[in-house]
Design a binder for this molecule. Structure first.
Ligand code: SF4
Length: 376
């Protein structure tokens, strides 16, 4: 959702473009006064993605937004309550073939329902959606999606589960007023991912107190990590580092992230702190780098293809990542430097000799045998 004044067409459009570049497939814009509705009339035809008008309190602004050409409306049933007004919007939206999201929010629940249920319970949120759908149905309006957002994650999850059991409409998921990152991100992921993994939800929004582009990026990344959307950007994985690390993993990962994001490569890249466990643990990554003693081992699908000086390892990773995207993994493994695998294996053995076997497998086995054979 944009945060600019909608009447400021250029600023709002710039944000819409930034959101689309960040991964948003659809953008919501507030339509809170006549100036905003006028702005929408200019924004909608120039937008790269569908625009949804966010409507509170004033049903006439919903009608104005429809006139401006928006591709969808979000109505808040908690503050547009007069049935004849809701029906007027439904008639107009139906004539234009425009969908309506019934956007229930725990923080602005219909006061009658608050009185009936005592608080914003899942039952109250679902009852609010049902009530609104009843008004829309009086106009034979069926092009509906629903959200029942709550800022309390367990209540949000329960509300959507109840909604999915009760009604058969597309659902838009979100934890409302989640707050700034990292807490807002964690709340949003906890609620949205839980539901998506249960097969509940059709669209999502992260409501963060942050640059809205961060919302778009987080939403896109979540969908990519859940395999619900094809990867369009970088997926950088990195080991958490430990006493075996041969480099500052955090610094190398940050440098790699900046350079790889600039290159805009849609691949999974691993940055691992040591060659002892790195290539094996990250063998599922498209490409990765692991640190040896003063050297970096570059690997593709777990196979070492180059060994480079440590100072050059991020640049070598970037070069190889570009070639990987152009030529594919098989071609790049076939083009591996001669001797790279042997050199890597020697580095690994040497490091094991210096650092020892952290798991101490042999000693543990001997201890287990000793205990098991003890004569009591
Ligand atoms: S890859 Fe190496 S440095 Fe990183 S966590 Fe694993 S053992 Fe530790």
């Amino acid at each position: 959702m944009t945060t600019t004044k909608t009447a400021d067409v250029d600023k709002t459009l710039a944000q819409v473009y930034a959101l689309a570049a960040g991964g948003a497939d659809i953008v919501r814009i507030t339509c809170n006064d006549v100036g905003a509705a006028e702005g929408l009339a200019e924004i909608v035809p120039r937008s790269p993605v569908p625009i949804i008008a966010d409507i509170h309190y004033q049903y006439r602004l919903a009608l104005a937004a429809l006139e401006a050409g928006v591709e969808g409306l979000r109505l808040n049933p908690g503050n547009i309550r007069k049935p004849h007004q809701i029906r007027a919007v439904a008639r107009e939206a139906k004539d234009r073939g425009i969908p309506i999201r019934v956007g229930v929010n725990a923080g602005s629940l219909d006061r009658d329902l608050m009185a009936r249920f005592g608080s914003a319970t899942p039952e109250a949120l679902v009852a609010s959606a049902q009530k609104e759908i009843g008004y829309l149905a009086e106009e034979d309006f069926e092009d509906i999606k629903i959200s029942v957002k709550h800022s309390h994650v367990p209540s949000m999850v329960d509300s959507y589960r109840l909604l999915a059991d009760t009604l058969d409409y597309p659902l838009h998921l979100g934890v409302t007023e989640a707050g700034p990152p990292p807490g807002g991100l964690i709340k949003s992921v906890a609620g949205i991912a839980t539901l998506l993994l249960e097969g509940i939800g059709d669209t999502i929004r992260f409501s963060l107190t942050a640059d809205p582009v961060e919302e778009a990026k987080a939403g896109r990344q979540l969908l990519e990590y859940l395999d619900l959307r094809e990867r369009t950007g970088l997926d950088l994985i990195a080991c958490p580092s430990c006493g075996r690390a041969e480099v500052d993993v955090l610094a190398v990962a940050q440098e790699a992230q900046v350079k790889l994001e600039e290159a805009d490569l849609p691949i999974q890249v691993a940055v691992m702190g040591c060659v002892v466990n790195g290539p094996g643990e990250a063998r599922e990554a498209d490409i990765g780098i692991a640190a040896g003693r003063g050297r970096g081992h570059l690997f593709i699908k777990g196979k070492v293809v180059r060994v480079v000086p440590e100072a050059e390892m991020v640049d070598a990773l970037l070069d190889e990542a570009r070639l990987l995207v152009e030529e594919g993994a098989d071609a790049r493994v076939a083009a591996a430097d001669r001797g790279a695998a042997g050199l890597a294996s020697r580095d690994r053995r040497r490091l094991l000799q210096i650092q020892g076997d952290a798991n101490q497998a042999a000693a543990r086995r001997a201890a287990v045998v000793k205990v098991a054979s003890r004569d009591r």
